[in-house]
Design a protein around this ligand. Structure first.
Ligand code: TYD
Ligand code: MG
Length: 474
């Protein structure tokens, strides 16, 4: 007895989504022409198998025969992670590479992707064994020179100077690497697809093949990808859908700071930040990022304030700079680097309305020092203090760090993890932490804390000058 009629299903090559009908575009991942017809598998149950005297189950003709799996029976042994030997990378990955997963490392050309991957390859070869570094970008000579320059161990590290993903799959089947690095997806190509490497079809099919290699061999596969001017990782958006983890490497050319962020992570959080410094001997993890972000600060200058924020699991004490100058043209400008421009507009409106500071006729520029990008609203208070400090040309009280989200009424909203913020700031020599009145009581650490319920209160504590905006708004 055959319980399934001979009816085909259609499956997306890129994301595995099944549909009963053929369509030109996958409804889940939006890839075009990626739907293949799959002939139905026939399932033949043993004759007369009717458990407990019940009638045999008959399936609707074209549905799959599915079996539930008890959550208790699923082994997570294969989820043991491969440490990369680079703690800052492990942090962003959520503890190392997951075997069988695919990771995309994006970033501008020249930012340091190949450097990071070669260091990772050498590190993982030590902790997990055999690593293949395949490159369509550089020659084996260049890789060798770089590895010498970086002083890397070469044990169990193999270079493949090719971007042919089908051959790479055959090699991985036999060689069983713990980690397979592909530098880059734009120089990878699949022999079954027309078009030059880097074309959309090639990028998509190569990525799908590499994901299949990861699943099949249990190797973690890492792809490097250039980023286009628009900021999207080059190639179809589907590239981000097919991989398990997307990491983005950022930094400004000419400065040594390199930040690694999780954009997508099926096996961990995406808000972790890895901090590196590009040196003459490769990328070095920065153990003390706060000290690095504060290193250029000029104490006593107006327009500067210090914020303690939480990025991922880590507190960071950073400098916020602002410059407020009278507007010369018809409309005033607000510019933010490292801070959300929409939030800057909001803060300028709150300061103008609640503290009666006429910022409408002023240009306001805000910069997070060190090239950092801060998304936590707890940075609001320091941004507002830096703006007001610049407008009044009065420095913020020496040794003060501020954390607080500002509401539309000028009220300060409680921040989470207040104790860790105060701990980080005091460790770095800041003797006073300005916190919202509503944040948790810190017991003995309260001696280093001053509380404010509103922005006006905070200005009085941080910029204690008679006749200031804070005084006037009383
Ligand atoms: P690279 O890793 O080739 O960048 P990507 O693969 O993202 O294009 O890095 C290139 C830059 O890094 C290049 O400008 C030189 C610099 N660099 C160092 O400063 N120190 C080093 O030890 C290495 C290997 C590179
Ligand atoms: Mg490169």
């Amino acid at each position: 007895m055959i319980t399934r009629a001979a009816r085909a299903t259609y499956t997306c090559r890129d994301c595995g989504h099944s549909t009963p009908k053929w369509t030109g575009q996958c409804p889940r991942c939006e890839a075009w022409n990626s739907i293949d017809e799959k002939s139905p598998a026939l399932s033949v149950p043993p004759v007369g198998s009717s458990r407990g005297g019940r009638a045999p189950v008959t399936h609707t003709p074209w549905t799959d025969v599915i079996e539930p799996v008890a959550l208790n029976d699923i082994s997570t042994a294969q989820r043991i992670r491969t440490a990369t030997g680079l703690p800052e990378l492990d942090r962003v990955l959520g503890g190392g590479f997951v075997p069988g997963s695919t990771v995309l490392l994006g970033g501008d050309p020249g930012i340091g992707k190949s450097t990071l991957l070669l260091q990772t390859a050498a590190g993982a070869a030590v902790t997990a064994g055999r690593v293949i570094y395949s490159t369509g970008e550089e020659s084996p000579d260049q890789i060798k020179l770089r590895s010498d320059r970086l002083g890397l161990t070469r044990e169990d590290l193999f270079v493949v100077p090719s971007g042919d993903v089908v051959s790479l799959g055959a090699l991985a089947d036999e060689f069983r690497p713990s980690l397979l690095i592909v530098d880059s997806i734009q120089t990878s190509w699949h022999s079954a697809v027309d078009g030059a490497p880097g074309s959309i079809g090639q990028v998509r099919q190569s990525a799908a093949e590499l994901c299949a290699i990861a699943r099949r061999t249990g190797a973690a596969v890492v792809l490097a990808g250039h980023v286009t001017k628009e900021g999207a990782i080059a190639g179809p958006k589907v590239l981000e859908h097919v991989v398990d983890v997307v990491l983005q490497m950022e930094g400004e050319t000419g400065t040594p700071l390199r930040l690694l962020r999780g954009v997508k992570n099926r096996y961990g959080a995406t808000d972790e930040l890895g901090v590196f410094e590009m040196t003459g001997d490769g990328l070095r993890g920065v153990a003390e990022p706060s000290a690095m972000f504060l290193s250029q600060r000029q104490p006593g200058a107006s327009g500067s304030a210090v914020a303690t924020v939480i990025e991922g699991t880590r507190p960071l004490t950073i400098e916020v700079q602002a410059l407020v100058t009278p507007t010369q043209s018809t409309s005033s400008r607000r510019t933010a680097a490292g801070y959300d421009p929409g939030r800057l507009h909001l803060l300028v409106a709150v300061i103008s309305k609640r503290l009666k500071i006429p910022l409408g006729s002023q240009d306001v520029v805000v910069n997070i020092a060190g090239g950092l990008r801060i998304s936590e609203p707890a940075a609001d208070l320091a941004v507002a203090l830096a703006i007001i400090s610049s407008y009044m040309d009065v420095p913020v009280r020496d040794g003060l760090s501020a954390s607080g989200e500002i509401g539309l009424g000028g009220e300060l909203r409680a921040v989470h993890q207040a104790a860790r913020r105060v701990g980080e700031a005091t460790r770095l020599g800041f003797d006073l932490c300005l916190l919202p009145a509503g944040s948790a009581d810190l017991g003995p650490a309260e001696s280093a804390v001053v509380r404010a319920a509103t922005l006006a209160d905070a200005v009085r504590a941080a910029l204690p000058v008679p006749g200031t905006a804070g005084e006037r708004s009383r």
